[in-house]
Design a protein around this ligand. Structure first.
Ligand SMILES: Nc1ncnc2c1ncn2[C@@H]1O[C@H](COP(=O)(O)OP(=O)(O)OP(=O)(O)O)[C@@H](O)[C@H]1O
Ligand SMILES: [Mg+2]
Length: 359
């Protein structure tokens, strides 16, 4: 996929070594997300899009399944199998399993590792520290990468959304994923103001679980909470009431029980978390220089990431900021498409990417 005119062309030709290597092993772009991992291959676009989940033999690191196969086991796994999400709040929470997951995705993209190892561009939250960056780099190197370059998630999302990131105009991107909300104003290929908060889709699911535990004394599973969010979740008070029936476990009797859940209850359950997301956008707007802020009056705010699809969220953000808000096309794949665009011109763009420092 080529995205002409979006990125600056920087000097620096492709070295012979890279060129020979590239003939046998394409570069890969990875959106290593808290909820989903997407892989783009140079010249081929996105070739994998699966949940960031690993199933292991309980008490060990022996991997039984990764991605789609592992996600369907959540809440339904036998005692001998444990289903783990190795990323939390946008960063690695289990190094060994992140490495296993990356190895799975790299093999899916280029087959079993041979002599040639791929260069990787990995999108990471803009708020992560050096230790967290080192963890991503080390995991990717051990999983089979030859070089690892990091790009901040909001920059990749903005490129994927087709925003004119290299022009001297302000563009605002808000990427609301599973673990983090990334807000950034970008101009001249740089991030001029940003905020990364660890509140996004997962926190909404947890808030739904807590709400119905407190309200009905029933514990519902994570997948059920996510389904409730998809069907009834809303950022604005609902205009008309809708109800669905869900199943959980009664805390008192320990027995399975059905409860009725309304969209008004779900709105109340997630209200605080939604307010934190809105606040992070307002904070960045307050810190944006007047010239760039004035660009946003015309250009508005672009939303990406899975949670940007929450009903009523774009309307709420527009009400609270007074700016036009639009949802990017295919919000769940923006970051990966941004990485794919970078791969088309990786050698020239390396100077603007961070090289992760491995041990
Ligand atoms: N229609 C929808 N309404 C509300 N939430 C949604 C919808 N579709 C997906 N989501 C939520 O989006 C989140 C996943 O989004 P995404 O894949 O962008 O996250 P991620 O990139 O893995 O996470 P992060 O960038 O925070 O590390 C999940 O929490 C999921 O429940
Ligand atoms: Mg993401």
């Amino acid at each position: 996929m080529r995205t002409p005119g979006i990125l600056p062309t920087l000097p620096g030709g492709m070295g012979l070594y890279s060129r020979i290597h590239g003939m046998f092993c394409p570069d890969l772009g990875i959106d290593l997300g808290t909820a989903n991992t997407l892989v783009a291959v140079q010249g081929r676009g996105i070739i994998a899009n699966e949940p960031s989940v690993v199933a292991v033999k309980r008490g060990t690191k022996q991997v039984e399944a990764v991605g789609d196969q592992a996600k369907i086991m959540i809440g339904k796994n036998p005692g001998s199998i444990e289903v783990i999400r190795p990323m939390k709040d946008g960063v690695i929470s289990d190094l060994e399993l992140t490495e296993a997951m990356l190895r799975y995705f790299i093999e899916k993209a280029i087959g079993k590792r041979g002599v040639f190892r791929p260069r990787l561009v990995v999108a990471v939250p803009s708020g992560i520290n050096e230790v967290e960056k080192g963890a991503v780099t080390n995991s990717a190197m051990r999983a089979g990468a030859r070089e690892v370059h990091l790009i901040s998630e909001p920059m990749a999302a903005a490129i994927g959304a087709g925003l004119p990131v290299s022009e001297p105009v302000g563009s605002m991107i808000v990427d609301i994923g599973g673990g983090t909300t990334e807000v950034a104003v970008i101009s001249l290929a740089g991030i001029v103001a940003s905020e990364s908060v660890r509140v996004a889709g997962d926190e909404l699911d947890q808030a739904i679980i807590k709400h119905f535990k407190d309200l009905h004394g029933v514990v519902i599973g994570e997948n059920t909470a996510e389904q409730i969010k998809f069907q009834l979740g809303c950022a604005l008070p609902p205009a008309e009431e809708r109800t669905i029936s869900v199943r959980g476990r009664d805390l008192r009797t320990g027995m399975p029980r059905s409860i009725d859940v309304t969209n008004t209850q779900v709105y109340q359950a997630i209200h605080h978390q939604v307010a934190s997301i809105v606040n992070s956008v307002k904070m960045v707007l307050e810190r944006t220089a007047p010239e760039l802020a004035s660009d946003l009056i015309d250009r508005g705010i672009t939303l990406a990431g899975g949670t940007s699809q929450l009903a009523g969220l774009s309307e709420l953000l527009s009400q609270e900021t007074g700016l036009p808000v639009k949802l990017a096309k295919e919000p769940l794949t923006c970051v990966a498409r941004g990485c794919a665009a970078l791969l088309e011109n990786l050698d020239a763009l390396l100077p603007i990417l961070e090289s992760g420092k491995a041990d």
